[in-house]
Design a protein around this ligand. Sequence first.
Ligand code: SAM
Length: 246
Amino acid sequence: MSKTIPKPPDGGSALHSAPDLEWLEEDVPKASAFQDTYFSRAGGLEETRHVFLGGNGLPERWQDCETFAIAEFGFGTGLNFLTTLHALRRLGTAPQLKFLSFELFPMTKDQLERALGAFPELATETQELLQTWAPEPGWCRFAFEGAELLLAIGDARVMVDDLLGGKVVMPEIDAWFLDGFSPSRNPELWSEELLKAACDLTAADGTLATYTSAGWVRRNLQAAGFAIDKRRGFAGKREMVVGKKG
Ligand SMILES: C[S@@+](CC[C@H](N)C(=O)[O-])C[C@H]1O[C@@H](n2cnc3c(N)ncnc32)[C@H](O)[C@@H]1O
């Protein structure tokens, strides 16, 4: 179990306010506080499919399992969750999805609607999310056909303790989507301590994928207990990283 995750200076009681956004090319949100976009300007949906689904061997790994647990640092627009749900629903026999995500700055319904409007393929899933979207600080559970979304609204470094301590119950994680903002702008989500907590929560054959191949993130992943490998990145990016517990 991970013991000492450095906490934010205010102990995690920062206001969980909606992010201040700029919009690039009309519908690509960029967080002013982090000076980074929520997904690739070259195509968010395809990026999610390439990096997070493909990088974790999905949907192939969904054959022959009853439940499958995914966890993510940074819910953002919900694009990763909705793309995953969409892919799962296209399978004849699909496992029940448990999707855990952490978000310190939950978007408003209007912000989500604008960002997700760029992906008409996900219109059904987007409408379902918008209808149920009412994030409150703390733990929120949202039910979808085929999936349960468990959202930690707060600082991931603080909220993860509830999982490590068994206060909040979640199956062992089969696949991680490591999707903080760029490590240089959002180092909190890439620290060795948080990644160690992620590893502790992971099933023995669990995997991870991330779009970044920053050297210090790779080293933190290894120190946390993951064996990592590089793959071709999305849209001209030379590399991304995948990994396995172990
Ligand atoms: C690149 S975006 C995630 C994009 C998202 N996965 C999607 O599908 O749209 C990174 C997210 O991490 C969130 N974040 C940054 N620092 C955080 C922290 N300490 N705890 C929880 N969430 C955090 C940001 O607010 C932002 O929504």
